[in-house]
Design a protein around this ligand. Structure first.
Ligand code: FES
Length: 168
């Protein structure tokens, strides 16, 4: 004969198990919805760049480094290594949103190997196009990346004692 205690314990175990399963299903469902929302809000390029960011981190032996502060409170750092007037390698670091990570990653890939003066003329809109668009309230994330890169290049020019007139 099964006593009420034993039966109660069994029921408690079952419902705990069920609750876990329900919770797992809920979490999975929410992630699926969020992923779907991301894909609706952001282009495939942004989502892929964000999921697999390149050149992320701080560079200890950079030839130039720069920071940009966004009005949103986020920041971006850019680091460049220069060889023969070209960006040999670069890295970025940010505490910003996913669009900022995607912007830093795409920009770093775009300017690697680029002539310094050409890199100085890259505009936020160029980066937005490379990312196949950003939602209007996230376009400033691209500006943050471009400004940080320009500041890193200016730092390189300064360290190298090269005087140049900025074409804004
Ligand atoms: Fe602030 Fe993207 S940089 S929201």
């Amino acid at each position: 004969m099964v006593g009420p205690g034993a039966s109660g314990a069994m029921i408690a175990m079952d419902s705990e198990d069920e609750a876990h399963k329900e919770l797992d299903a809920l979490v999975e469902n929410i992630s699926r919805i969020l992923e779907h929302e991301d894909e609706k809000l952001y282009s495939r390029e942004v989502v892929e760049e964000f999921r697999n960011p390149q050149n992320i981190g701080r560079m200890a032996d950079a030839d130039g480094s720069g920071v940009a502060d966004g009005l949103c409170g986020d920041t971006m750092e850019f680091y460049v290594k220069i060889k023969s007037d070209r960006i040999e390698t670069c890295m970025f670091y940010t505490d910003g949103c996913g669009a900022t990570i995607a912007s830093g990653s795409r920009l770093s890939r775009f300017v690697t190997g680029m002539d310094l003066e050409a890199a100085m003329t890259v505009k936020p809109n160029d980066l937005v196009s490379l990312l196949s668009g950003l939602p209007p309230d996230h376009e400033h994330c691209a500006s943050l990346a471009v400004i940080a890169l320009r500041n890193a290049l200016r730092d390189y020019y300064k360290r190298a004692g090269i005087e140049r007139k900025d074409a804004e």
